[in-house]
Write a protein that binds this ligand. Sequence first.
Ligand SMILES: *Cc1c(COP(=O)(O)O)cnc(C)c1O
Length: 416
Amino acid sequence: MAPALSVAPNVYDAEPIPEAARAEIDRLLQSGDLFRYTAPEDAPVALLEREFADLMGSKYALAVSSCSAAIFLSLRALDLAPGARVLIPAFTFAAVPSAVVHANCQPVLVEVADNYRIDIDDFAARLDDDISAVIISHMRGHTSDMDAIMALAAARGIPVIEDAAHSLGTLWHGRKIGTIGAIGCFSFQSYKLVNAGEGGILITDDADLVARAVIMSGAYEHNWKKHAVKNGGPDGQNDPELELAFARWQNMLPLYNMRMQNLSAAVIRPQLPEVARRVRDGRANHDYVADRLNASAWIEVPDALGPEERAPDSIQFNLVDMPSDDHARAFADAAAARGVKVQVFGLSTDNARAFWNWNFIPGERPELPQTRAMLMRACDVRLPARLQKPDLDFIAGALIGAAEDVMGEETRAYGT
Ligand SMILES: *Cc1c(COP(=O)(O)O)cnc(C)c1O
């Protein structure tokens, strides 16, 4: 048996970047070739786009500066009218409503249940003909009921954008998350499965959408020609549908310059073959800790939905039967004293995932009692795929012990 750890595992450090990145970065530094459109073909960013599209089984990919930029460009690619209403979950990262506001649209928030997934009844109720698009954030990798969402959206002809920033490797009925909606957006920010510091990518099978997004991302003049080869096909054939789309939008769209540079692609590409392993280890780690936590009377890790195969690098759980916010705070303090940092989403000051802090959204302050109640008891703990069993035991033990510290006393005091 592995010895018990006496110090808390470091859950913040990322994995080292694969060694293969080094030679490519050196080559780029030597040549100074950092801009994606300098090389006539096969720039690292263009190669990344083809590799990522192949990995996901989608027709097109566009690498950009962040997932937020990918979401913004997706909304602009859909050509929504100024002020268009866009449905988003009330539990997401502030970057999502921000991208909607940036695209000159109005975010409309939907209730999220205590399993962190969109409340489908509330979604159906708010999805009226005044809604022009839907963004589904698979928050912390939790997948909402995509069957219901796609059916409801399709019935009204409303496009769905998947914010899969934190869901690379997640499956729904065996289908890759990010390939279900019209567009899928992913992040390469350091806390996500693939780490380039910053970066994002969008995928789609729609030539018109990707042509618009490519141009607006900053493919000025005829730089779109460097996007025209379809999936690097062996004959290097151009995709006629895509060429027509580029011709249609030439000079018709603003340039927002949200391009990715070659160094980022050099850091990302050698991580793509690591994705499957990170997903496998992250899921095993998560499920091991979830099983242990569920044995506590005061902690509940919600189940995945039936069709969902998760790719977690963190764990979320609810505090149950804790009578007050002070108890939940005391739990977080007790866990910290035991060496594990817990964030209760709704209780930390200025949390960017608490909808009541999104004061930049124009109009009335929405109230979403169900989501609010969930956020007041929902906890977040990082659980990177590289952790080993003694690390996991330390974290699970600290969390169970912290709940006991706070609630055990109480139960003993009043339980007799
Ligand atoms: C990280 C994250 C984003 C933002 O990604 P960036 O690449 O940092 O812009 C958006 N949505 C979700 C759900 C995220 O986790």
